[in-house]
Design a protein around this ligand. Structure first.
Ligand code: GBH
Length: 458
């Protein structure tokens, strides 16, 4: 039976959408001149991805994008957030443009516009061209310049129809998970390199903001950050301090430079010995802190943080994620099939917290929020319906209680897809995808959301 949840009334003009990312849905990894990305390489590393899976075929959206557009139209959303694969546009990351790669996004954007669906384009959702990684990847300052050049190329082609641009998706993941935890591509475990990567990602973001505005007058430019409130597991001062370190690593390391033009207080202390921070240059923070048209927030869960011994007591050998904190399960908190705590109030705290920390907070979109199931079925998904309704309600409360100009919500994801290191088992979709046929079947949550959306006009 359907759970009777309903969505809260949102202000006129509120944007309803769904989100995906290139490597997770497109497939066609070697087609029409696409170059290899760090994820193609990482997926070949034994043990890196569950079941030895890769995005080589994924949902085959490169060929089946019309099906995706049809689903969006059926669902009745206002907008679709998708990402562009940098190695389709510039196979080696810089230099010659691959027209055929751009043509794909051109067709997709036309398809969306024909149905009145507003494209929100993410320029970087983790798929760095392998050739740039071979030259140092995000550890190298040049990569920030190449990123801005790539942004200009894309905006030059799509900027007549795309106004809403997201430079980066979750630079935390690209830097810390990719270069410090090693659980994402390129799979490095470093201190200095990971912090340099984070800085160069932000620098690339700032340079791309300028490039996008130059190539596309009228562009609205933002960045998407994954934010998770870090709460201490106890009142003990050591746990409070641990939660604060986690908040710094996960949230403030990114929000303070982007929204406040400064690195957070305590940053140098936290990484003393891990990195000399020599990658920072005068003027960088002005570039990184360029005023934005909006902030994208991806919210999935809260972190329950406990003090823990460092994995590597010698600071010089520590990776950038080794900050003496463990994320621990909390008794009584319901979790998703992936074990992620379900705490809609964490979205409330995230949004109200942004408003109180940043007086000039730009308009905000929730650019991702979603729940996975591990079962491969098309049956009823009441947990997903409840998850969406409760998170929307929390977001609406935050917008009512705090000066947060909340403009929209994108559910992750439209369709089941390649869930990075976890392969294809976690399914986040409103729509079930059958592998390997690629057949798409809307779930009950899709029909529920559709019913909620038809009642309001576009
Ligand atoms: C988003 O990241 C991504 O933007 C999107 O591509 C992805 O499909 C979606 O989430 C769902 O995961 O595996 O338990 O060790 C969200 C931030 C940070 C959440 C890394 C998962 C690893 C937790 N992610 N984190 S776990």
């Amino acid at each position: 039976m359907t759970t009777p949840q309903e969505l809260p009334q949102m202000p006129a003009g509120f944007v309803w959408g769904t989100a995906t990312a290139a490597y997770q849905i497109e497939g066609a990894a070697a087609e029409d001149g696409r170059g290899p990305s760090i994820w193609d390489t990482f997926c070949r590393r034994p043990g890196a991805v569950a079941g030895g899976a890769s995005g080589a075929v994924a949902c085959d959206s490169y060929h089946r994008w019309r099906d995706d557009v049809q689903l969006l139209d059926d669902l009745g959303v206002d907008a679709y957030r998708f990402s562009i694969a940098w190695p389709r546009v510039l196979p080696t990351g810089a230099g010659a443009v691959n027209r055929a790669g751009l043509d794909y996004y051109d067709r997709l954007v036309d398809g969306l516009c024909e149905r009145g669906i507003r494209p929100f384009v993410t320029l970087y959702h983790w798929d760095l061209p392998q050739a740039l990684e071979d030259a140092g990847g995000w550890r190298a300052r040049d990569t920030a310049d190449h990123f801005a050049d790539y942004a200009a190329v894309v905006a030059g082609r799509l900027g007549d129809r795309v106004q809403d641009w997201i430079t980066l998706n979750e630079p935390y993941c690209s830097s810390i998970v990719g270069y410090a935890e090693g659980r994402h591509a390129p799979g490095a475990i470093e201190g200095h390199g990971a912090l340099a990567a984070a800085h160069h990602l932000l620098l690339g973001h700032g340079r791309a903001v300028t490039a996008l505005r130059a190539a596309c007058p009228g562009a609205r430019v933002g960045i998407t950050l994954n934010l998770s409130p870090a709460v201490p597991v106890s009142d003990a001062p050591v746990d409070r301090a641990a939660a604060d370190r986690m908040d710094l690593l996960l949230n403030r390391q990114f929000t303070d430079p982007v929204l406040g033009g400064a690195y957070p207080e305590g940053f140098e202390r936290l990484y003393a010995g891990v990195s000399d921070l020599s990658f920072r240059q005068a003027g960088d923070l002005q570039v990184i802190g360029a005023p934005l048209d909006f902030l994208g927030v991806n919210y999935y869960y809260r972190i329950h943080a406990a003090d823990a011994p460092y994995d590597q007591p010698d600071a010089a050998l520590r990776s950038a994620c080794d900050i003496g904190v463990r994320s621990v399960p909390r008794a009584g908190v319901p979790v998703t099939a992936l074990g992620w705590p379900i705490e809609p109030h964490g979205l409330y705290d995230t949004l109200t917290g942004l408003a109180s920390r940043y007086p000039d907070l730009p308009p905000v979109y929730v650019t991702e929020n979603g729940i996975a199931q591990l079962t491969d079925d098309q049956g009823p998904d009441p947990d997903r319906i409840r998850f969406i309704a409760e998170h929307l309600a929390a977001a609406a409360r935050a917008a009512a209680d705090a000066p947060v100009d909340l403009r929209g919500y994108f559910y992750w994801s439209l369709i089941d897809n390649f869930e990075w290191a976890r392969g294809y088992a976690p399914r986040f979709g409103l729509v079930h995808v059958d592998y390997p046929t690629g057949d798409r079947t809307p779930r009950e949550s899709f029909h529920w959301l559709r019913k909620q959306l038809v009642s309001r006009s576009r």
